[in-house]
Design a binder for this molecule. Structure first.
Ligand code: KE4
Length: 424
């Protein structure tokens, strides 16, 4: 069998890049196959270096809500590049994107641009610790907030996918300040407040969990965290790196009516270029240098190309009908579940807005334990079978599959037809 271009590239990549990838989950280790190298993306499709045209449900793990190569975004980036790629001095686009973000999130008076979601959550936690004079942070098992030291205890995404202990290289003291509770378990969170409340700087939570597969917040969970924070003086950080501008234009906090003290963003606000952000009330954000003493910085923060991509993306999204997309995705996932069940396998699909995850279990999936108890080996077989049918799903049972505004009914029908054809 002749060697594919992807295989050749992956062999070369492994010689010079750890694991052959620049981010672990791309290696497809948990689903038992090698990654495909991508040559281009247009709309809802990607083309591999071997010419395989695939319907893309990864969408760069979230940024591409408008699909690949959206003309307004591409034009904005090309036009900005013609004026230079980075200045290390303020530019107008930074103000425009900051204003667009603040306008979309009522709980946000100010926002600081950074270069990744990891930088955003790392900086938000530092700010919360400075603002409260406290050290501990409570996170939820299976949630992923980037790879900064404080967040790698029982993290989701690639940490869960690869079953990494989660804390090699992280000092014991750091992990001691990271408290854990199961997602959706308000009683366990309350216990942490009773035990550590006077040293708890912040609670950080994905308002809709997207890093243990898709897990939705149960009634009262988020509002309960808000009340616990109000009573103890801890800050509530909503990590909306995935959900911001995806669950709806104003993020999960708008949909669920929760006002956080700080919000972290990423992915969509960069339109595919490296952007993260953290923001909140002026009383907190004004403590960030240079207006305050909490240091945070970045050579390429507010980069003119990334700002241009973000501005163009949000300008289009503001006109999009999120409810219509959600109802189309719900119909699609209902049909997908029915097709898979006809094959005699237990299936639960969690879906919200333009995100979904197929879990091979007949039980509800409401936390990380439930995900681990699903048939993740069968998920690997499902992933590979669908990829052979030119359907590119998130390569892990601990990730979500994403839909864009460019996914057509024909794409959904082709995906359903692929699901009918595969053998599990
Ligand atoms: P980045 O540093 O990868 O830009 O963002 C970290 C992050 C923070 N918070 C949430 C809720 C996130 O989902 C992420 C990153 N998401 C993963 C996929 N679920 C990134 C994919 C990868 O690591 O390659």
């Amino acid at each position: 069998m002749n060697t594919s271009r992807s295989d050749v590239l992956f062999a070369e990549a492994r010689k010079v890049i750890p694991g052959g990838v620049n981010s672990p989950v791309r290696a497809c280790l948990s689903v038992g196959c090698d990654p495909l190298f991508i040559a281009s993306g247009h709309g809802s499709h990607i083309l591999t270096v071997d010419g395989q045209d695939m319907i893309d449900y990864v969408l760069s793990w979230g940024p591409m809500l408008l699909g690949h190569s959206y003309p307004d975004v591409t034009h904005a980036v090309v036009e900005a590049a013609g004026r230079g790629t980075s200045y290390g001095a303020p530019c107008e686009a930074e103000v425009e994107l900051a204003q667009a973000v603040v306008d979309a999130f009522p709980a946000m008076d100010m926002v600081r641009m950074v270069n990744s979601g990891t930088e955003a959550t790392m900086s938000a936690l530092r700010l919360a610790r400075a603002a409260t004079g406290r050290n501990k942070v409570l996170k939820f098992i299976g949630c992923y907030h980037g790879h900064a030291d404080p967040f790698l205890a029982s993290a989701g995404s690639g940490v869960a996918t690869l079953s990494i202990p989660g804390t090699p290289g992280v000092p014991e003291a750091t992990v001691q300040d990271t408290l854990l509770a199961p997602y959706n378990d308000l009683a366990a969170a309350t216990d942490m407040f009773h035990l550590h409340g006077d040293d708890l700087a912040a609670v950080i939570v994905e308002p809709v969990a997207g890093n243990m597969g898709l897990v939705l917040p149960e009634e009262g969970f988020l509002k309960g965290l808000r009340s616990l924070c109000d009573a103890s003086g801890a800050l509530l950080i909503l990590d909306e790196v995935i959900t911001g501008f995806r669950v709806e234009y104003g993020g999960a906090q708008t949909r669920f009516g929760i006002a956080p003290d700080l919000t972290t963003l990423g992915k969509i606000i960069g339109g595919g270029l490296p952007v993260g952000a953290f923001g909140g009330k002026a009383e907190y954000m004004s403590q960030i240098a240079p207006s305050g003493n909490v240091y945070q910085a970045g050579t390429l923060s507010g980069n003119p190309l990334a700002m241009a991509a973000g501005i163009a993306t949000l300008r289009v999204l503001k006109r999009c009908d999120y409810a219509e997309l959600e109802s189309r995705v719900r119909r699609f996932t209902d049909e997908l579940a029915a097709i898979l069940r006809e094959k005699g396998v237990p299936v639960t699909i969690n879906q919200l807005a333009s995100m979904f995850t197929v879990f091979f279990t007949d039980k509800p999936v409401r936390n990380f334990e439930d995900v681990k108890n699903s048939d993740t080996e069968l998920f690997g077989r499902f992933f590979k079978a669908m990829r052979e049918q030119n359907i590119f799903l998130g390569p892990s049972a601990f990730e979500v599959s994403m839909v864009s505004f460019m996914h057509s009914d024909a794409d959904f029908e082709a995906t359903l037809e692929a699901a009918r054809k595969i053998r599990l």
